[in-house]
Design a protein around this ligand. Structure first.
Ligand code: TXA
Ligand code: MG
Length: 344
């Protein structure tokens, strides 16, 4: 695949020609990247096996990892599933369009490489205007994983997509940086009590306002459990240099940094503003206040992408509280980390 990748910039105004051009490529079974409110997605016609195959090829994604189908309206959901449980209706009313993906029983309209042969299908309606307009113009349900090379941090800017996929896909619609910064929450609605398979933009606390009970896939807490969401078992979100996750208080972080710097002079730090202020170190990315976890989520993937192997030997990263969107932040950091250093 050595195509020319077309890039459109709609970050200040969305023009109709771009939307139509992107939609036409998608109807023509090509793959196109565009912004969603969470991260950039790499889209193709979810009902067309050969189109979906292009996503897997461009990303180098394992075939047993199913994709999320994006819809522009609720009518499209009905075309993909055997039934919509009552609980799913309530969740759509409350959280769509937005960063919540629902696992529903598939009627196999989505191509089998979208669902990886499962009897369920993941659906979500994104709220980003560019994503919604392209979905509506294409008139197709679109399979769209994050638009990164498999294993790399997800893209929150068009430039990240370009770094990973230039020449491998038909086009990139640049809508500027994304809003939420981490992916959607994946919620299994096929069991009696809904189960969070992947924490994301809609928090457990948000869901508990609407649902009497929500469970969390035990595999999220315990590495030994087999995850129900196939994608959760792979190495993910990894920066170029090894990432060491530090769990402890600020004094512990400071001691570890001093110690690790002796052997690794080219050490970088990713931290909250509060910790960054306390550290006597040059190469630091401060990602926002630890009191404002949504801000940390917005900055996280950019921070992970920024350090290159040629310049940095190891990245030390602070651990954040697992409340609200902090659960998603820590889930991604645990997966990205090659090592954990704990005080307790
Ligand atoms: O925010 C998002 O969800 C982004 C944007 C582009 O919409 N998309 C995204 O897609 O994160 P992806 O492919 O990177 O992650 C999809 C996740 C994987 O963990 C996959 O295993 C899970 O959803 N998944 C998809 N279909 C599933 C199914 N039928 N059952 C269980 N898990 C499923
Ligand atoms: Mg992904």
């Amino acid at each position: 695949m050595t195509n020319q990748t077309k890039i459109w910039n709609v970050s200040t105004t969305i023009n109709e020609e771009t939307i139509q051009e992107a939609a036409a490529l998608l109807r023509d079974q090509q793959v196109v990247a565009f912004p969603t409110e969470t991260v950039y997605g790499l889209a193709a016609d979810a009902t067309h096996e050969a189109a979906v195959q292009r996503i897997f090829e461009a990303k180098g994604r394992p075939a047993d990892n199913p994709l999320i189908v994006h819809v522009g309206n609720r009518e499209q959901v009905k075309q993909l599933v055997t039934e919509i449980p009552e609980v799913a209706h309530r969740l759509m009313d409350e959280f769509w369009p937005g960063p919540l993906t629902l696992i529903l029983p598939s009627n196999h309209t989505a191509s089998q490489n979208v669902t990886a042969g499962l009897d369920t299908v993941a659906v979500r309606m994104p709220s980003h205007p560019v994503a919604l307009q392209i979905l509506q113009a294409a008139g197709l349900p679109l399979a769209a994983p994050s638009a990164n090379r498999s294993g790399r941090p997800s893209p929150t800017e068009a430039d990240h997509v370009k770094q990973d996929l230039d020449g491998r896909i038909a086009g990139i619609v640049d809508g500027g940086p994304t809003g939420v910064g981490v992916e959607s929450t994946v919620l299994d609605c096929t069991s009696e009590i809904p189960v969070i398979l992947r924490p994301g933009g809609v928090t457990k606390e948000d869901l508990e306002r609407i649902l009497p009970e929500v469970m969390v896939d035990p595999a999220l807490a315990d590495q030994k459990e087999q995850p129900k969401s196939p994608g959760m078992k792979y190495t993910h979100y990894a920066p170029e240099s090894p990432l060491w996750l530090i769990e402890g208080d600020d004094d512990f972080f400071q001691q570890q940094l001093l110690h690790i710097k002796e052997e690794n002079p080219r050490t970088a730090v990713i931290a909250s503003n509060e910790l960054a202020e306390k550290l006597d170190h040059e190469v630091i990315t401060a990602c926002g206040s630890r009191e404002n976890l949504p801000e940390i989520a917005v900055q996280l993937y950019r921070a992970l992408r920024q350090y290159k192997k040629a310049d940095i030997d190891v990245i030390l990263c602070e651990s954040f509280e697992e409340k609200g969107v902090g659960a998603a932040i820590m889930n991604r950091l645990q997966k990205a980390a090659t090592q954990k250093i704990t005080q307790y």
